[in-house]
Design a protein around this ligand. Structure first.
Ligand SMILES: N[C@@H](CCC(=O)N[C@@H](CS)C(=O)NCC(=O)O)C(=O)O
Length: 198
């Protein structure tokens, strides 16, 4: 299998952390691409041209980080990273909220990077307000961590770290002690350290 990646993508990071955590990352070749470069050949492989995408040995392409995580979890880890999320739909809901928080954050980042500067402050603020609401929901939901790391822990750690990286002014962990503790319980793991954005 091949995983198409770019190193600072938080969606890619979720998949890479999961891979590290399975202990079977060596079974997936990671190929760095620039998804915005039409001359890379990547657009022919993956029509919507975003990263991550997983290529199976038979040439099948699977885009979308959540689907890739679900597939790899089943193939490489007997589904143990998603099992707690399926056992309790509230956890599945929080996983969806973490991914949706990233969608909002990425939309705001795209607008910030627009040539000529961020001339759509209202758009950015609308996106970041949703990011903050998601962080508040995580703070409310957080419970002391018991047991093994799962897909929700990975998603929350990757999503909050990326928001901190690209939107530091949001101060996503400030004043959110329970969320901070939750994130800290995951962020020191080797899988998080080797995939840190830079
Ligand atoms: N919903 C997708 C989002 C992926 C995504 O937005 N990837 C960004 C990098 S963070 C990308 O490939 N952007 C390239 C582009 O927009 O052309 C997922 O979960 O995989």
């Amino acid at each position: 299998m091949k995983l198409y990646i770019s190193l600072n993508s938080p969606y890619v990071r979720m998949v890479r952390v999961l891979l590290e955590e399975t202990g079977r990352a060596f079974e997936v070749e990671q190929v760095e691409v620039n998804p915005r470069d039409p001359s890379s050949g990547y657009w022919a492989l993956n029509p919507t041209s975003r990263v991550p995408a997983l290529e199976l040995p038979n040439g099948t392409i699977i885009p979308e980080s959540s689907l890739i995580c679900a597939y790899l979890d089943k193939q490489l880890a007997d589904g143990r990273f998603f099992a707690p999320l399926h056992a309790d739909p509230q956890h599945l809901g929080m996983f969806g909220t973490a991914v949706a928080m990233l969608d909002r954050g990425v939309a705001a980042r795209t607008e910030k990077m627009r040539e000529g500067g961020p001339d759509h402050e209202t758009f950015i603020n609308t996106q970041l307000a949703a990011v903050i609401r998601a962080a508040d929901a995580f703070e409310k939901f957080a419970a002391p961590k018991t047991g093994e790391i799962d897909m929700l822990d990975i998603a929350i750690a990757c999503a909050t770290a990326w928001v901190d990286f690209r939107h530091p002014e949001v101060k996503i962990l400030e004043g959110r002690g329970r969320l901070s503790e939750w994130v800290q319980s995951t962020s020191a793991r080797p899988s998080m350290l080797v995939t840190r954005p830079h």
